[in-house]
Design a protein around this ligand. Sequence first.
Ligand code: FAD
Length: 476
Amino acid sequence: MRTGPQYLQSLDDGRQVFLSGIRVRDVAAHPALAGCARTLANLYDAQVRPELQDLLTMEGPAGKRVSLAWMVPKSTADLERRRRMIEHLARQQGGTMGRLPDYVPLIALGLYSARGQLARASPEWAGNVERYFNTCRDADLLLTHSFADRQIDRSKPSAALNHLQVVSRDSEHLVVRGIKSMATLGPLANEYLVLTPPRAGLAPQQALFFSVPVATPGLRFICRQPFSEGAPADFPLSSRFDEMDAWAVFDDVRIPLSRVFLAENVDVLQAAWRQVNVFAYHHILIRMAVKAELFAGVSSLVAQQLGTSQFERVKEELADILRHVETLRAFIRAAEADPVLTREGIAMPNPRTLMVAHMYAVEQHPRLQQTLLSLCGQGVLMAPTHAELGSGELQEDLEHYLSGGPTAPADRVRLFRLAWDLAGGAFATRQVLFEQFNGRDLARNRLQFAQSYDVSTFEQMARRLAGIEPGEEQGR
Ligand SMILES: Cc1cc2nc3c(=O)[nH]c(=O)nc-3n(C[C@H](O)[C@H](O)[C@H](O)COP(=O)(O)OP(=O)(O)OC[C@H]3O[C@@H](n4cnc5c(N)ncnc54)[C@H](O)[C@@H]3O)c2cc1C
């Protein structure tokens, strides 16, 4: 198992990462990335702490400890064990980081569980997936992934757009060119798993599942504007948990055939897709439930701070947040208690329950932010920085006018600055977008759910109660 320092050292591998137009030579030390890198390093350190071994690790096939993130679940008990690990890791950041080291292993598990479908098209692909899964587990690698393609014109068929695609091949490689437009954590990962999602009018050369090391020649990551550059005391979340999103440009990148899991086969891609993604929703929901716990905690403290917690309206708002926490927990436990077993006996948390739960969680998330802001009032904006609090000229005024509440002025400021990072600032806006889109977009998930739901027995009951005889309706 790797430690934090070993993880940080692994990032010094010649990777091509650009931020504000400039090549970053040392990602672990760059001010915009260092806070998040340290957060990830702390998680690697946690898994070698003796008291956390049972929670975060398991015995691997070679008898050595490996991360529990790579468990292949066979039962409800396994899914519950995974949940306890995810909860523990997510609570370290209040659920505000979606791409911890335990996330992409669930997409790799999806691929692993879809090996049967891949093998029908090419036994080599299935073998490659198995080797990849085992290698990443044994080397304790941090993975990032992309399925999103660039937004140019969504009304056009995929084949008419220059999405990432195979441009040539030799006996040992595919050569791919194009861009993946979202690789969260790409600059701080070791491995990059790339998946084409099913799209209308997908050209065969665009249908691809493969993985490469982040430091592969020809692969460049271009970061978005960072939100992490404030002082940790003033920006307690964004300074440490800004998981950088990046474009990944493939400039004729050579992909060894041993790293290809599917290529140029649209039918198999469509058949395997749902299984590839389903395990990740378990993680998303558990993390979103943890984030809802944080909203509940901050909202409750804010109400105490402002002396509003005894007002009926405020109590109701707090109760709504708690109801949301418990609803998410109930969904998660229901999905674990009623798993669907794959042909190889791998336990998938119930996919339908996960899908409904995810739509509910995404719909409710903006409300959490809105509720917290409404409970804060002006306080969330008018919280001075720690530098201002300690500055000679203003210190007296600030301390005088911020005192009188249940806590010292400095703690009051800490609380409201946390509330701002969680619900008000740029980091919080990215959280809204992330929750809305990281499990594909809500509108299309809703549509897919409606289309895949068999309502025939409900219709039969309605017909019976209406007195409509079977086969009587027009057109039947
Ligand atoms: C912060 C953040 C981090 C992310 N991290 C990752 C990551 O690490 N890896 C990854 O693969 N992806 C990631 N994503 C991207 C995510 O996969 C996409 O945002 C998601 O799939 C939606 O695609 P899009 O953003 O291109 O939106 P689009 O597909 O362009 O959609 C834009 C809007 O148009 C609507 N729309 C588009 N087409 C249709 C249609 N046919 N019918 C009806 N409505 C339509 C959508 O509902 C949406 O409202 C991330 C996204 C965000 C915001």
